[in-house]
Design a protein around this ligand. Structure first.
Ligand SMILES: [Zn+2]
Ligand SMILES: [Zn+2]
Length: 343
């Protein structure tokens, strides 16, 4: 297919400033890469952390976006499985080396030489994006729609966090009832778990949302549910939730922090950690995580709540996310709406 030479993209030029709509060259693919037309790209909290300058090493200028649903429009010479016209999902993990000690021990999420979509390589806030074939997840055409986008990061990181809790968890606490949580609760209920949802104190709307999705209990993060939890996931970037969650977790239980950025964790008595409780974080994903979640999501089937924005309204989507105004996930669509102020 003949591709245009340039495309519209929302570009981060300096952290702390709004993204700028620019006309930039369409990316090129080497032998192992494909070019995708972006059909939809989810807006993730990590995008907010990058654009606010809270993450240290973005490659500037940068096109954000790592929850990409795309259609293959060009294949490099050594592409094996994908064909033009195929639909794929592209996650945060854009490339790993396969040779470092982490890759060799099945922990490619920790690869020393990893490339991250929308962070150390341009992402999907654009009309086209380049991706490594080996890191694209094939999608059936009926799944290649905006509601699948949030699965590719919020869903995936949430799922990896959830799996790290282990199978013994029956009573699962989720702190921060946003995009990841509204996906994870569907997986957890499907696997016969009970979910306890913690929101900001007084956020009745999110608590109601959690109950409507099947949470056994929903309340503010300073409240205590009637039972002890077997494990807890923290999706809100608030360090003080770590000791709070730990106090509610029973012996041998884990508290897993799913975010890439969190405010400082206040000190707490050792007693709260005693009896083999664990606090840990989750970093990135493996391709195996992605394959299992996407399979499971199709089987359940997981339904996501999305709010669509035209590509040029990326700043508005980020602002609304910052203010907690989006219930479910914001997803950018390159094709809808007029693109004002194009340069
Ligand atoms: Zn590696
Ligand atoms: Zn993300």
């Amino acid at each position: 297919m003949d591709l245009p030479s340039s495309m519209q993209a929302m570009v981060l030029e300096s952290p702390g400033k709004p993204l700028v709509l620019r006309q930039i060259p369409v990316p090129q693919a080497n032998n192992s890469q494909v070019i995708l037309q972006v059909l939809a790209c989810g807006v993730c909290r990590t995008d907010l952390h990058i654009s606010d300058g809270e993450l240290a090493h973005p490659v500037l200028p940068l096109v954000l976006g790592h929850e990409i649903i795309g259609r293959v429009v060009h294949c490099g010479q050594e592409i094996k499985k994908l064909r033009e016209g195929d639909c794929v999902g592209v996650p945060w993990l854009g490339y790993t080396c396969g040779t470092c000690r982490f890759c060799r021990s099945g922990r490619e999420n920790l690869c020393e030489n990893a490339v991250f979509t929308g962070y150390t390589r341009n992402g999907g806030y654009a009309e086209y994006v380049m991706a490594e074939e080996a890191y694209c997840f094939p999608l059936a055409p009926e799944r290649a729609k905006p509601p699948t986008a949030p699965l590719l990061c919020a869903g995936l990181i949430g799922y990896r966090s959830y799996c790290l809790l282990g199978d013994a968890v029956t009573r699962l606490g989720i702190f921060g009832f946003g995009v990841a949580a509204h996906i994870l609760i569907q997986v957890a209920l499907f696997q016969q778990k009970q979910v306890y949802a913690f929101t900001r104190d007084g956020d009745r709307e999110s608590q109601e949302f959690a109950r409507s999705l099947g949470a056994s209990w929903a309340g503010g993060s300073s409240e205590s549910p009637p039972e002890r939890l077997d494990g807890a996931l923290i999706f809100a970037p608030v360090g003080s939730l770590v000791p709070q969650a730990l106090r509610l977790v029973d012996k041998g239980g884990s508290v897993v922090c799913g975010g890439i950025h969190m405010s400082d964790i206040p000190s707490f008595p050792y007693e709260w950690l005693w009896e083999e409780r664990v606090v840990r974080s989750v970093a990135n994903l493996t391709r195996k995580d992605g394959e299992s979640l996407l399979r499971l999501a199709a089987q359940i089937p997981v339904k996501t709540k999305v709010q669509l924005f035209p590509l040029a309204s990326a700043n508005e989507a980020l602002d609304q996310m910052r203010q907690g105004k989006i219930q479910g996930a914001a997803v950018l669509i390159p094709e809808i709406g007029p693109i004002p102020g194009s340069t």
